[in-house]
Design a protein around this ligand. Structure first.
Ligand code: DMJ
Length: 685
């Protein structure tokens, strides 16, 4: 072997084959100098190619250049698992979804796409999460720099989410059973059709009013006529501002997420929960009430041509009932359009298997196609509020169809719950569908998982013309229970609030924003003849809920507050970091609406206006839509990248009604709002 060749080998192998010692630097240089320019070029080429291989080929060996079939299947499986588990956007589904998916806001197609040239590789969930986080952080950083007042050029945006209720409770201090319960609670998250001329059901720019002769099943006497699509020029300025906000959100949803359940305005992506165009169906009656004819026509067209419930999909009975069944029924009542009744009947029939449990307390989930119903995947129990917040809708479906099977199903549940032992009318938040019993050690709250049990007691009594006293009696008893066990004043401002009983026993000064529906509901009860002190409590709780907004730097409420009890404390409201997000929830503006309707006191409109301005300032996404935000205590909060369907179904609807002075628009002696702000008629019995 020649010396040159040996030297050459010693370079490439990294050691001298005779001495077994590392080569000296001078020898490398000497060898290099001896090489011809051709040899040098070849070596340079090899080095460059080697570098490129390291950059592109090695990661592909590890992860695959695009998702392999198995990876793709696993993503889909996980997405399916998410859809099955994600049953409650309030405190549950979101967090569980995040845990399973590692949180990213890509739709299925995007997840399976190969990375674009120059883009980071998105091959594994962890990579997705990391890259998304990185991009979102960058986006949010840019946002921080550019706010306030600066206009930004259009840019792609991403946001990473956090669990709505992740860890707000001091689990470590609790007994095991309560710990378990809290952990379970924490697990709880461009098409467009333009041709208006083709639509024959709404002529002259007017929505057809219910035609007394058209449908013998339609109880027109229950629904007063209203010229919904003739509100131009009649709205107040503040109502016009709400209409602008609605259109702003709708336009972006239509462009980027049309026909999909939920819209992520930062990433301009969408996701499925039930796979039924949730945002469209949940928004239908808002479109009517706000008088948005072209948008309504598009939505109706989509329902007529695209909406199907023939889906192999597990859905949460409560969520799909209040949002979709309620939305369809309300729109049917407002428009008299049989399309919505037909869809409601189809959906209602598919949900009925939930009631085939041993106790007839419904299972929480059902597959729309196979009819298989089951308990939630995270545990054996259904949430109390969920099994008791389907009654308005199923009863209405029976009244509309003159088929009492729906109403019979839910009355069995109501009677069963009525017969269970309670703590002065207050109920634990879990009930077992097999045994029919409450989980006695679960928390008592007017927040998540308890809230709308109480709401539907009162509203069922009203819906049935105040003829079923069981509901009124249970509501009255529950409010007495609130006074005895849950109502306290904070320090130093003496804000009245509704706390919780952890494990059914231990008082906690914690109040979810969800509780802020209660003052409106209590005011509604008072207006229907319940005791005066209910109204006094309602007024004070409304003030407290408003303070939950007004005292934050953003003027937006956090998801959960703790009220200070210590005499020497300086501030009434304590917000823990994991609870500081705002999901665009409606409950406070809902109560402001009731208070204004019943008192005419414009201070409630002004409170609502302040809140609305804060939504515009902090949750409006520059390139379209509105998004939930991470931290209401931050001067410049960052986005969570989600437009909840209830922002359109409830928050903007209640704001619109609050800012108007026309009480004949959804009169409260003719309609009762379901838990998702869908107005259903009040019957005489
Ligand atoms: C809505 O889906 C309903 O109002 C439900 O009863 C409670 N949570 C959300 C809004 O916050």
């Amino acid at each position: 072997m020649s010396g040159a060749k040996r030297d050459f080998l010693s370079i490439s192998l990294g050691f001298d084959d005779e001495q077994k010692e590392p080569p000296k630097r001078q020898s490398v240089w000497r060898v290099w100098k001896r090489l011809s320019s051709l040899q040098r070029s070849v070596i340079c080429l090899i080095i460059v190619l080697g570098g490129l291989s390291a950059l592109y080929i090695l990661p592909a060996i590890h992860h695959g250049n695009r998702l392999s079939g198995e990876d793709a299947k696993s993503v889909k499986d996980r997405r399916q698992a998410v859809d099955k588990v994600a049953h409650n956007a309030d405190n549950g589904g979101e967090f569980f979804k995040d845990k399973i998916l590692g949180r990213q806001n890509f739709n299925d197609n995007q997840q399976l796409q190969a990375p674009q040239p120059g883009m980071p590789r998105l091959n594994k969930q962890d990579d997705l999460k990391r890259v998304a986080k990185q991009q979102i952080n960058e986006y949010n950083k840019r946002l921080q720099k550019q706010r306030p007042g600066m206009r930004r050029p259009p840019q792609p945006k991403l946001v990473v989410d956090r669990p709505p209720n992740g860890g707000g409770e001091e689990v470590g201090l609790l007994p095991p059973d309560e710990k378990q319960e809290i952990l379970e609670r924490d697990e709880n998250g461009d098409v467009g059709k333009e041709d208006d001329n083709e639509k024959d059901d709404n002529v002259d720019g007017q929505l057809n009013q219910p035609d007394k002769g058209a449908d013998p099943d339609f109880n027109v006497d229950a629904v007063p006529p209203y010229d919904y699509f003739n509100q131009e020029g009649k709205r107040t300025e503040r109502q016009e501002a709400v209409v602008d906000a609605f259109r702003y959100a709708w336009k972006a949803y239509k462009k980027y997420a049309w026909g999909h359940d939920e819209f992520h305005p930062i990433t301009r992506t969408h996701s499925e929960w039930f796979g039924v165009g949730l945002t469209i169906v949940d928004s239908l009656d808002t479109l009517v009430i706000l008088g948005l004819k072209p948008e309504y026509d598009d939505a109706r067209e989509w329902v007529a041509t695209e909406l199907t419930f023939e889906k192999d999909k597990d859905v949460n009975l409560f969520e799909i009932t209040i949002r979709v069944l309620g939305g369809l029924l309300a729109t049917y009542h407002l428009t008299g359009d049989d399309l919505f009744k037909e869809k409601a009947v189809d959906l209602g029939n598919r949900l009925l298997p939930c009631f085939n449990s041993p106790s007839h307390v419904p299972f929480s989930d059902v597959n729309l196609m196979t009819s298989r119903a089951h308990a939630p995947r995270w545990g054996p129990d259904s949430s109390t509020s969920e099994v008791t917040t389907i009654q308005l809708e199923f009863r209405d479906l029976s009244r509309v169809t003159k088929d009492d099977k729906y109403e019979n199903s839910i009355m069995t549940v109501s009677k069963h719950i009525h017969g269970l032992p309670k703590k002065d009318g207050l109920v634990p938040i879990f009930v077992n569908a097999n045994t029919g019993s409450f989980r006695g050690t679960s928390t008592i709250t007017f927040g998540a998982r308890g809230d709308s049990y109480y709401e539907y007691l009162l509203k069922q009594w009203i819906q049935t013309g105040k003829t079923i006293n069981m509901f009124k009696d249970d509501f009255l008893e529950a409010i007495d229970g609130v006074k005895k066990h849950l109502l306290r004043e904070s320090s130093p401002s003496k804000l009245l609030y509704v706390g919780e009983l952890l494990g059914g026993r231990t008082f906690s000064p914690k109040m979810d924003h969800l509780v802020c529906y209660l003052p409106g509901t209590m005011a509604l009860g008072y207006k229907n003849g319940l005791p005066d002190d209910h109204f006094d409590i309602a007024k004070r709780l409304t003030e407290t809920c408003y303070q939950m907004y007004a005292r934050m730097p953003t003027k937006l409420s956090p998801e959960i507050v703790y009220f200070s009890q210590a005499a020497q404390s300086k501030e009434d409201l304590i917000v823990k970091a994991p609870d500081a997000h705002n999901l665009l929830r409606p409950e406070t503006v809902e109560s402001l609406f009731y208070m204004y309707r019943f008192t005419g006191d414009k201070k409630y409109q002004d409170m609502g206006w302040t809140i609305f301005q804060a939504f515009l300032k902090h949750t409006k996404v520059e390139n379209g839509g509105f998004s939930s935000i991470h931290n209401v205590k931050a001067g410049k909060p960052t986005f969570r990248d989600k437009l909840e369907s209830f922002f359109l179904a409830e928050t903007l609807k209640y704001l619109y009604l609050l800012f108007g002075d026309d009480n004949s628009l959804i009169p409260l002696d003719k309609f009762v709002f379901n838990s998702e702000a869908h107005p259903l008629p009040i019957y005489s019995s």
